[in-house]
Write a protein that binds this ligand. Sequence first.
Ligand code: ZN
Length: 378
Amino acid sequence: MTASEWASDASPWTWLCGDLHTHCEDTAQIGNYVDRIDPRLDFVALTNHGQKPVFFEQHLMVADLRQKWQSGLVLSGVEWNAPEGGHACVVFPPHANEAEHAYALSRGFDRHLEGAKPDISGGLALLAQLPAEQRPVLCFNHPAPGQWPADTIATYRDRAVDGLVMGLETVHGHQGYDAGTCWDLKTYPGCAPGGLADMAYAAGLPFSLLAHSDFHIHKQDRLFDYGPGVFNHTLVGVPASDHSAEAIFTALRAGRTCAAQGHWLRLEEMNVGNADTRARIGDSWQGDGAQAFVEFDSTDEIDSVDWIGTFDQQSATIIETVANLPAGRHRLQLPIPDGARGFLRLRVLSASQQRPAPGPQAPKGFFTSAILLNSPTA
Ligand SMILES: [Zn+2]
């Protein structure tokens, strides 16, 4: 069976490029912000903190941004000082009430707002009672050591309605200066084998791995950072014919994402399948006699391609590594044992440390979200 035959039973996803975590704390700087957006970006969210005075004017900035940047979708959100944890972006589908919902969450449940009662269940209940089409997605931000313990992430997932608490920043933002580049991609808690992402997959549910800029336009005179879509970005798999906000939110909730640093790797296909059927990123594989398959194009030389996960619900590790590949197109396979239960995800690290100027030189990572393995014969 060839790869193209495998791919024939479903049309390939179109991967849209997004950034769900950016800031502008000066209404006069929206034009400057727009000037820094990469033309490859398809959607962006403005996610200011609730304790900043400008936050309750964010709806004006979002309206201005929608006027000034019409080549993509603008979303409205908040970077929540989340109860019992670090920061979490809560991003709303476009709707007349989008800002009101973000303001209510902050006033009610933010750790840094006077009069608020920071309570996980209360905050999540407020979001759960919204009509489904107005309900946001939540992701855990910059999970450096000490920011987001695995059990707190699990608590949020347990107490939220389905699809609300959907993912994690796999890599740190701020990759334009040392606040982001000081972290090693092999050990950063968000992406390390057996780290926070992998502990979240132990629940056996879809989970989205994400990469965002955490761009602050109002700090650019003293602290260079990459604008939205220039470096860190989230790829979201949508049907070729549907690039709507609804399709993007559906993909985020389904764990159908990749976390990418730079634009050097194009994922063509990744699945677990046999002669009859296959599961793609975010899907759950339920069969035997399977192979994992990945095909991608890279403009950079590659340091390593790692299959990460578990076949027996133990803690996740690197299952297999292919090292030192040239630039170009690659197809890799991995046999999946019958009865496998767990998950499988892919990490690709570049050999080149070249990043867009004037950022620092450092390795670049590409991380897929997982395919879940749920063999019925286990
Ligand atoms: Zn931020």
